[in-house]
Design a protein around this ligand. Structure first.
Ligand code: SF4
Length: 320
């Protein structure tokens, strides 16, 4: 059984206007997203900024209440749980944010930051808590002797290590990495990604890795889902998607990834015309059709998101 299942998740943000704050429309940030995540697996979630990928992560954790859809953790629906059960279950689902500095309390030292979730959710003695903090700090490549230091005394990469240690403090099964390495220098990115990979092997963690950098996602992911305007348009195993993308949007995204030797590149970049449409009034039918070089008459109707090969899902009329 997958550790996490997301079924037809929707998140619409109301647009209110006037003295009575009447809802006049909705921003359809997430509009029917479905996928599953297995234990010990990384699913990359990619797309341009504003496509809804961060809202997917926040809706799974109920940091923002979903408008519709289901999120199942080990087969149990988070939406059907009472407050206390949800609070306890949420320890198994943790998040690492893009900006470690703003997500760490500047008035707490590192030991207190890492111990905080344990105090909220686990009954450990002072000595056990301290031992666990020391163990977590060592695991993520920090020295336990740095326990009394404050976040501003650390570099960006070290602060992200603190964020990872805090996420691990309550022994989660699933970690949502929301642009977790995007704010870091390339060499530090590699260190943090390798740390995440090592921890995954050691602890059988499942990651939902949200990012806009396709090279980073390729390196860490087992499967990759591509989002456009609040929907997944293609989902496939990592190598299959990168070597043989099928959806015209995936092809365009991948063709724009810089490669180390541009002279060896025989593929032409696909330049998409126009801007990403507004999620307030998305185009009817396939929402990609105003920009799609392959668009045809039937693209005025919405293509079904379906499996066309084992573990390869797509929403496009080109693949009947
Ligand atoms: Fe392009 Fe039509 Fe496929 Fe949409 S359904 S991606 S418009 S070919």
């Amino acid at each position: 059984m997958p550790v996490l299942e997301v079924e037809n998740l929707q998140k619409y943000f109301p647009i209110k206007k006037g003295f009575f704050q009447k809802t006049i429309n909705h921003v359809k940030a997430v509009d029917g997203v479905s996928f599953h995540l297995n234990a010990g697996e990384t699913l990359g979630l990619v797309g341009e900024s504003g496509c809804g990928k961060t809202t997917v992560g926040r809706s799974i954790l109920r940091l923002t209440e979903p408008t519709a859809g289901k999120v199942l953790y080990k087969g149990r629906d988070l939406g059907q749980m009472d407050r206390e059960t949800l609070r306890k279950t949420r320890t198994s689902l943790q998040i690492i944010f893009q900006d470690p500095f703003s997500s760490l309390n500047p008035r707490m030292n590192v030991g207190e930051i890492i111990a905080e979730p344990m105090k909220n959710f686990q009954i450990l003695s002072k000595t056990e808590t301290r031992r666990k903090v020391e163990d977590l700090m060592t695991r993520v490549g920090l020295r336990p002797s740095q326990m009394r230091r404050y976040p501003h005394e650390f570099s960006g990469g070290q602060r992200q290590r603190i964020g990872i240690a805090r996420a691990l403090a309550v022994d989660p099964d699933v970690i949502i990495c929301d642009e977790a390495v995007s704010a870091l220098d390339v060499s530090i990115q590699a260190q943090i990604i390798n740390l995440l990979k090592d921890l995954q092997k050691e602890l059988n963690l499942a990651y939902l890795f949200i990012a806009h950098d396709l090279s980073v996602v390729e390196y860490i992911s087992h499967r990759v889902a591509v989002m456009y305007l609040g929907r997944i348009v293609e989902l496939a195993p990592d190598q299959e998607l990168y070597k043989n993308p099928l959806h015209p949007y995936t092809k365009a995204l991948l063709s724009a990834v810089p490669i180390p030797d541009p002279l060896a590149n025989t593929e032409e970049s696909i330049i998409l015309s126009g801007d990403v449409p507004s999620p307030v009034n998305p185009p009817k039918g396939c929402t990609f059709h105003p920009r799609c070089p392959m668009a045809m008459d039937k693209c005025q109707t919405q293509p079904l998101y379906r499996q066309i090969q084992p573990d390869h899902w797509i929403a496009c009329h080109l693949y009947p």
